[in-house]
Design a protein around this ligand. Structure first.
Ligand code: NAG
Ligand code: NAG
Ligand code: NAG
Length: 288
């Protein structure tokens, strides 16, 4: 017994010397969830999403809650995406090229070793700075527009073509912070709500059975902005859901006033990341 365990100990010592040291991936438990998957659609008024058969069924179907008093930040698209990951729309007023020089959720996540990726449908990879590439649009991929991401190869490598999610699910390497942007057909931008709903259903329903994605995960379905600028105050639909999603309440809807910063703030609170000290500091966290 003793001899054997000594032998196996020394074998382990030798094999660990001989093997290249593979950095152990960090896993950081969260207060409310261990993973967040944010999927963001385009340009739909709250009332329309709420009436859509698929978007309105999500909460019931997957143990979730519809946030019925939720607003975007502004118009048009890009500043909403920028605000969602950086706590401010500062420096971005339209869909034109921006290169911003401030921290984002990525800085906070990395400080606490919480893994992240931005999955972008149609993204050509290699840190492409193109404004569009087929049905991919940079204005819907906010990560690429921050200098401390676009000039950092390790960070840039975490902006990937969305096809990589399938591989990450298979390999059990889905990061803890997942930002997913469908392409401009699937997110409704160049199509309509029905097309977005059809795509989302065919995409997300099979994934609800993939434990390496759903385990202790909060899925967030949201929109960047309302379609009609006359829709004041820019009401959009957000649904939180997931087979393992846990909240203190079973209510299927929540009418507290939230906005896109509430998602950011909840991610920050979940992993005790602190805030970016911008609008996220005063944002209302989601009531989980
Ligand atoms: C998944 O695992 C395979 C086999 O180890 C590897 O070749 C591939 O690069 C991995 N995929 C990703 C996206 O890391
Ligand atoms: C919605 O978009 C799809 C895909 O582009 C199209 O086939 C369909 O006709 C559109 N429906 C409406 C009502 O515009
Ligand atoms: C949303 O919240 C605001 C602020 O509390 C409130 O005035 C408004 O009536 C709410 N709207 C809905 C539709 O619940």
């Amino acid at each position: 017994m003793k001899f054997l365990s000594l032998l196996s100990l020394s074998f382990m010592a030798i094999s660990s010397l001989a093997m290249p040291v593979k950095e152990k991936s960090h896993f950081v438990s969260g207060k409310f969830f261990d993973r967040v998957v944010i999927v963001i659609f385009e340009n739909i008024d709250y009332a329309d999403a709420h009436k859509n058969p698929y978007f309105s069924s999500l909460a019931d179907k997957h143990n979730g809650v519809e946030l019925t008093n939720f607003t975007a930040l502004t118009h048009p698209s890009q500043p909403n995406y920028i605000g969602l990951i950086s706590g401010s729309t500062e420096g971005c007023i339209d869909d034109e090229l921006v290169n911003l020089d401030r921290d984002t959720i990525v800085d906070l996540l990395e400080k606490k070793h919480v893994s992240w990726k931005s999955y972008q449908q149609g993204f050509p990879g290699d840190c492409a700075l193109d404004m569009t590439h087929g049905k991919y649009a940079r204005k819907h991929n906010p990560f690429i527009s921050f200098k401390n991401i676009q000039t950092n190869p390790d960070r840039c490598a975490k902006i990937v073509n969305a096809d990589e999610l399938t591989e990450d699910i298979k390999n059990d390497t889905v990061p803890q912070f997942v930002f997913f942007t469908p392409d401009m057909d699937n997110d409704g931008h160049d199509t309509n709500l029905t097309a977005a709903a059809n795509w989302f259903e065919s995409f997300i329903e099979p994934l609800m059975k993939e434990k390496t994605l759903t385990k202790n995960t909060m899925f967030v379905s949201t929109f960047d902005e309302a379609e009609h600028y006359t829709n004041v105050p820019n009401g959009i639909q957000t649904v939180l859901f997931g087979p393992d999603f846990k909240r203190k309440s079973d209510a299927k809807s929540d009418d507290k006033p939230y906005n896109l910063y509430s998602i950011l703030r909840t991610v920050e609170d979940n992993w005790d990341l602190g805030t970016l000290n911008l609008v996220d500091r005063i944002a209302t966290p989601l009531d989980l």
